[in-house]
Design a protein around this ligand. Structure first.
Ligand code: UDP
Length: 338
């Protein structure tokens, strides 16, 4: 298949590029590099041994995207492009709604014009909202979202479900990611957050490397076995393989599917910290801090639909995730800015 990766230079997009190439597909990355580095492209070339088809363009720019669709004949689109910082979305809701909805609408218009009918959307488990009933199943009615970022994911899901309803020969997978961590085993590509990381694993790796003094563990009085928050961490390479499986499935299955991509296993913050220290033989100083507002006790997937429908399941262990995250961080202390 020939697949357009919108936002393909980012953390999940770049890993998906590798897995698509490995599976024999052809992928073209379109990215405006707003939140990604051009260096990713060189690294992808090293990993795959082939030049990386790349077009620098804003996915919300209709004339640029029309040109992309007339230059290439795509079988499917995987849509990653979008702003992704939860806290920032609270400060800049208008920018988030404008960008995250425009990119999807523009892509859909260009797909319709060009006769491309398959789309995989990068959604998030955050659309379930503050549900207290893990494991989370796709059929559960979500609660209201808790921030504009989450609403943009939820609204994009609605847009795509309605589009498929109106165009029944389209196929669409709304992939709800749980907590992607880890990195490609080469240590050449990985997560490269700007500024102080909000997410747990990038914060841990920066503490381990001495860039930050200590980790704050947000709350140890949750209703979980050790009192710290439980999440469903998934290796980014497993997640990337899930996109390959979804594309292959969509080619022969019109209609829309919502699919969780998680492991189904919940680990606590202290499980992550202790595993990271053990497998990498490195210290991660931490303190117990107050709860972070909006956080839940436990949030993890029921991943059985992905297995039944796509034949996909996560394979990598928490040890792999911690080892690979650290290899990426220790080889690239300043991310792609080295
Ligand atoms: N967390 C933490 N310290 C940090 C960042 C996160 O204790 O510096 C905890 C957070 O409270 C949650 C878990 O780690 O229980 C995962 O948080 P993250 O922000 O990575 O993902 P979320 O599930 O909130 O999207």
């Amino acid at each position: 298949m020939k697949i357009l990766l919108s936002g393909g230079a980012g953390f999940i997009g770049s890993h998906t590029y590798v897995e698509l190439t490995k599976a024999g597909h052809e992928a073209v990355i379109v990215d405006n590099l707003y939140n990604a580095s051009e260096k990713v492209l060189e690294r992808l070339q090293v990993i795959t041994g082939k030049p990386v088809p790349f077009i620098k363009a804003d996915v919300a720019d209709r004339s640029a995207m029309r040109a992309v669709f007339s230059e290439h004949k795509f079988d499917a689109v995987i849509h990653f492009a979008g702003y992704k910082a939860v806290g920032e979305s609270v400060q800049k809701p208008i920018e988030y709604y404008r960008n995250n909805l425009d990119t999807t609408l523009t892509l859909c218009e260009c797909m319709r014009e060009a006769g491309v009918k398959c789309i995989v959307f990068s959604s998030s488990a955050t659309v379930y909202g503050p549900l207290e009933t893990s494991p989370l199943e796709e059929s559960m009615a979500p609660e209201d979202c808790t921030n504009p970022y989450a609403w943009t994911k939820s609204m994009n899901e609605r847009i795509l479900l309605d589009a498929v309803h109106a165009m029944p020969d389209w196929s669409c997978a709304l992939l709800r990611y749980f907590n992607p961590i880890g990195a490609h085993e080469s240590g050449l590509i990985g997560e490269d957050p700007v500024g102080i990381p909000n997410n747990l694993m990038p914060f841990i790796t920066q503490v381990a490397s001495g860039k930050r003094e200590k980790l704050s563990v947000f709350g140890n009085d949750y209703n979980t076995p050790d009192g710290t928050g439980v999440r469903d961490y998934i290796h980014v390479v497993d997640l990337a393989r899930g996109h390959v499986a979804a594309c292959e499935y969509l080619l022969t299955h019109p209609g829309a599917e919502i699919i969780n991509l998680g492991t189904g296993i919940g680990y606590s913050v202290l499980d992550i910290v202790n595993t990271f220290m053990r497998v990498n033989n490195i210290d991660v100083p931490y303190v117990i801090a107050p709860r972070r507002s909006g956080d839940m006790d436990s949030y993890y997937a029921d991943p059985s639909k992905a297995k039944a429908l796509l034949g996909w399941q996560a394979e990598k262990t928490l040890d792999d995730m911690c080892r690979d995250s650290w290899r990426w961080q220790s080889n690239n202390p300043n991310g792609y800015r080295d």
